[in-house]
Design a protein around this ligand. Sequence first.
Ligand SMILES: C[S@@+](CC[C@H](N)C(=O)[O-])C[C@H]1O[C@@H](n2cnc3c(N)ncnc32)[C@H](O)[C@@H]1O
Length: 208
Amino acid sequence: MINLYRKHIFPYLLDKVSQKLNVDRQRILPFLAGDVLELGVGTGVNFSFYSSNIKSLIAIEPDAVLLQRAAKQKAVLAAQQADKFFLVQGDGHALPLPSNSVDTVLCCLVLCSIPDPLRALCEIYRVLKPEGHLVLFEHVKSDDRLTHAFQQALNPMWRPLACGCCLERDTFQLINQAGFLTDNLLTYRHNALPALVGTMLEGVATKP
Ligand SMILES: C[S@@+](CC[C@H](N)C(=O)[O-])C[C@H]1O[C@@H](n2cnc3c(N)ncnc32)[C@H](O)[C@@H]1O
């Protein structure tokens, strides 16, 4: 039953919820440049929003079922763009990349789901070149006390249903802890999302 949920229902739900965020992807993705790493690509919903100016995209995803869907998204891209995309089954806790090797990392709704986000952020820091950019679009812990209390209360039920997604991570603090400069990060309330997952952290953190 759990397998059925993970294989068929969760990827379907992920795609459905994701469609609400296309306007955000359209705002954020076209500016990514150079050799890019996207962590936790899921079903590949971001692929069509990358500009043709990127040099390459390494798309990391641990889940084989999601990665297969991502491969289908890659297949509908223009050949010139698709040739720059490399899909890799891998884990954000131990990135299969050399240190100081990528210009930009995208974390889009993924630091909520990675079991040890600080470890993943330290890995991202390692693989980014100096002055490289970590681009973020993440739902995080709410600043509103009542909403935060709901996030805490519902988290134990939510996490198994959302395949590990945590409702109340203090991702901003973790990014600081990993050593990034965080001047260009913003927290705001997303009006298309329910309050439980509607506090967003968006912007660019830089490796000094
Ligand atoms: C909510 S989905 C977001 C998918 C996609 N980034 C998007 O924008 O819709 C969270 C993603 O994080 C991935 N993930 C979970 N643990 C991970 C890990 N250890 N390393 C990399 N990705 C991970 C999941 O497999 C899933 O694809």
